[in-house]
Design a protein around this ligand. Structure first.
Ligand SMILES: C[S@@+](CC[C@H](N)C(=O)[O-])C[C@H]1O[C@@H](n2cnc3c(N)ncnc32)[C@H](O)[C@@H]1O
Length: 370
């Protein structure tokens, strides 16, 4: 609930007084909330340090090693490639973040969050590539002022800031395509659980990466034909993937540039998964318009991506993706209302939001061609 302006000003005046802060952290009725808020603020202050501890855990393969069972610091240190004191410091830090768990007697096991990392290799891949993001975010004000012309992330996402993304070769696309494939596994099931393709004949995934989303869809619905469109070097990876998965004639991969080349025809449903948020306001509608133009009347478009203002996950859209995409040099997270307006503007008539089980990973809009 939004406070009226005078109340808001009063609240902030009171909260910013050191005497009130001290009183609130002692008085029994306000103490729990005051302590929680102080901890939340400290977590923001320390966030970078926590991330670097996770980065160290991933680099020394701590989670895979602890997945074998509880071990002592002396046993762990050589396996982690660290001196005993360094290993102990890392394990204590990891235990405080629930990545590891102290078992007594200088022994450690996997923590709950560490176990979740073992089950999702996509997160470790994300953490490793964050070294580039953090280098770009070193001077966030310069970034906001547009004063950092050279950014590591821009080089990593080879299609950003170029007029001819289709010229990118295998080497330029392999890093981001692998990262996307790893993290797509988390997302595809959430989207396909939320929207059944049982009633559709053919799904076209625009900017579909190495085909992970389409492979998941094709395995769920054996009657479904799938077509992937992406930059030529990425489509080539998808073609190899479809062959390895034995999808035969049911799956096709076509290379091209959405801004210059017509999309393949014949699909009655098109998906844009983690695509629109990559592009600035002048460019993102080109992707939605191309999808609309290739669909028959009544055809559907699925837009799946993390969105701005997601209840309970606000920092993921607006803080994480807001700044990540700024460093990358293109795009921004949008609210469902902003995306709906974009879709209505390019020729869709009905747009509805469908709940996914983990809205922090992806939300879903389904639009119908007018
Ligand atoms: C963030 S990735 C998402 C990939 C996939 N949809 C997923 O969620 O895993 C964006 C994709 O857009 C593709 N792409 C970017 N610009 C494009 C363009 N102009 N034409 C075709 N594909 C493009 C990239 O090659 C990349 O595979």
């Amino acid at each position: 609930m939004r406070l009226p302006e005078p109340l808001l000003a009063l609240r902030n005046r009171v909260l910013s007084k050191p005497e009130f802060q001290r009183w609130a952290s002692i008085f029994p009725l306000t103490r729990p909330r005051a302590q929680r808020r102080a901890r939340e603020l400290f977590d923001i202050v320390a966030g970078f340090v926590y991330s670097q501890i996770l980065q160290a855990c991933v680099q020394v393969r701590l989670f895979e090693i602890l997945a074998e069972g509880t071990q002592s610091v002396d046993e762990l240190a050589p396996r982690l490639g660290l001196p005993v004191e360094g290993a102990r410091r890392l394990l204590r830090a990891a235990a405080s973040l629930e990545l590891a768990e102290a078992r007594g007697g200088d022994r450690y096991a996997l923590g709950e969050l560490g176990a979740a990392m073992v089950g999702n290799p996509g997160i470790a891949a994300m953490v490793e590539h964050h070294a580039m993001a953090y280098a770009d975010l070193k001077d966030p004000v310069a970034l906001l002022r547009g004063e950092l012309p050279q950014r590591a992330l821009q080089g990593y996402w080879a299609y950003v800031g170029t007029e001819a993304p289709a010229a990118a070769g295998e080497q330029a696309v392999s890093g981001y395509s692998e990262l996307m494939a790893q993290s797509q596994r988390l997302i595809a099931d959430d989207v396909l659980d939320a929207y059944s393709l049982q009633g559709h004949r053919c799904l076209l995934d625009v900017a579909g990466g190495d085909g992970t989303f389409l492979v998941t869809a094709a395995k769920r619905w054996p009657h479904l034909r799938v077509i992937l469109f992406d930059l030529p070097a990425v489509a080539e990876r998808a073609r190899a993937r479809f062959q390895r998965e034995g999808l035969g004639d049911r799956a096709t991969a076509i290379g091209g540039d959405v801004r210059r080349d017509p999309l393949p025809e014949g699909a009655d449903v098109v998906s844009l998964v983690r695509v629109l948020h990559d592009h600035d306001d002048h460019d993102a509608p080109n992707f939605a318009r191309a999808a609309c133009q290739t669909l028959p009347e009544g055809g559907r478009l699925l837009v799946a991506e993390p969105m701005s203002g997601t209840p309970g996950a606000e920092p993921i859209g607006d803080a994480y993706f807001g700044f990540y995409l700024l460093a990358m040099g293109s795009g921004r997270p949008r609210t469902p209302a902003e995306l709906t307006e974009m879709l209505l503007g390019v020729g869709f008539d009905r747009v509805r939001q469908i709940r996914t089980i983990r809205p922090m990973l992806t939300q879903l809009l389904v639009a119908q061609r007018a």
